[in-house]
Design a protein around this ligand. Structure first.
Ligand code: ZN
Length: 150
């Protein structure tokens, strides 16, 4: 993964937290990263309004500007589930026999099990610009495309 892609991937965590807060979307169905462009696909019940999407972008950029720490640590699976609940999981499954999870946490914002590489501080991500969304009603999936401006 290039440096740009490490930043873009990290932006997915920030954006997921913003979508959770503003739209109440919890589960990630898939993610896509290419250079400074990325796409987060989350489970959603309806298409968000332009105002809501504006708020998602603002909230995400507030976390970038704030310069929050991105913490990464290993945790026993059982312990992590007790501590964080199902919130750490996405729709893609973690193999059952895996005893340890790698947890990525932006305090008060997002917690996820993830094995990718991340920035140490959200300020390294740069500004996030939402570039469009697509809501697939039959699958109840919302795709949020974005790019990094710096
Ligand atoms: Zn990650």
């Amino acid at each position: 993964m290039s440096d740009a892609e490490t930043r873009t991937h990290s932006a997915l965590h920030v954006l997921k937290g913003a979508a959770q807060k503003v739209l109440g979307t919890n589960l990630t169905a898939s993610v896509y990263v290419s250079g400074e462009r990325g796409r987060l696909t989350v489970q959603a019940l309806r298409k968000p309004t332009p105002e809501e999407l504006g708020t998602v972008e603002q909230e995400a950029n507030a976390v970038v500007r704030e310069g929050a720490e991105v913490l990464e640590f290993e945790m026993e699976k059982e312990e992590a589930e007790k501590h964080f609940g199902d919130e750490i999981y996405d729709m893609f499954p973690v193999r059952k026999e895996v005893p340890m999870l790698r947890i990525v946490r932006i305090p008060d914002w997002n917690v996820n099990c993830c094995r990718e590489k991340h920035v140490e501080n959200t300020s390294q991500i740069g500004e996030i610009r939402l570039e469009g969304t697509r809501f697939r009603n039959n699958k109840r999936l919302l795709e949020i495309s974005f790019r990094l401006l710096t």
